[in-house]
Design a protein around this ligand. Sequence first.
Ligand SMILES: [Zn+2]
Length: 282
Amino acid sequence: MADVKGKPCVICVAITGSLPTKANNPAVPITVAEQVESTHEAFEAGASIAHCHVRDDEGKPTSDPERFARLKEGIEAHCPGMIVQLSTGGRSGAGQARGGMLPLRPDMASLSVGSNNFPTRVYENPPDLVDWLAAEMLRHGVKPEIEAFDLSHILRAHEMQQKGQLAGTPYVQFVMGVKNAMPADRDVFDYYIRTVERLFGKDAPWCAAGIGPAQIVLNDWAVSSGGHARTGLEDNVRLDRDRLAPSNAALVARVVALCEKYERPVADWRQARQILGLAAPM
Ligand SMILES: [Zn+2]
């Protein structure tokens, strides 16, 4: 096992997502006010990145830039220094509407660079849309987080970096455990790490997210392997088979416990910004 002791671990909290509802877990924050409060608790618990989706008045996913603006302002006011990452994922809009919030110039935005299956549909990321989203991120100074649902997405990110479509070292997140996409497979996970290190350098930071029961598995693999970890109610609403997670902060606390187990300090927002090459907030 790699020597990871003492290496700060960045915790990302994916607070809401597009799918979970209050019926799944009453702790899922839906309104902007709920989202800001839940993010604040998670920030206090140790998260330094907030991965954000927004919902409309009926609780359905939307890409409405005005909602994203209110959420971004709320997080910046209540969690000073925290990294705000807005989702350009495909469940909340179609085509270029997915990037309509990028002129808000959040610190980061998610970027899917290829297509794959989701539980009940195809997750479509056509090349022209991927190129456009990447160009918008470059234009507005937004750092992408590459969502790698498949090995090819890591290689695609490298190709985009070589062509100048991505600034700096890409920050890749391995996503495992989405039904009908890549399962939580340890050999593949290890190969993902090797691929990131080969393409982007030994010290390139990377992150991992697991869906549902795979969340804690991927948290453990990432923390013990020197990566960074994503948690939150977007990906998983349960603590275990019998108990719902009481909050996003409770899921962050599970990752903090893993950091203690593997003797890694939890990165504060300053360290997280340094690790990711992000400027200090204005
Ligand atoms: Zn998301």
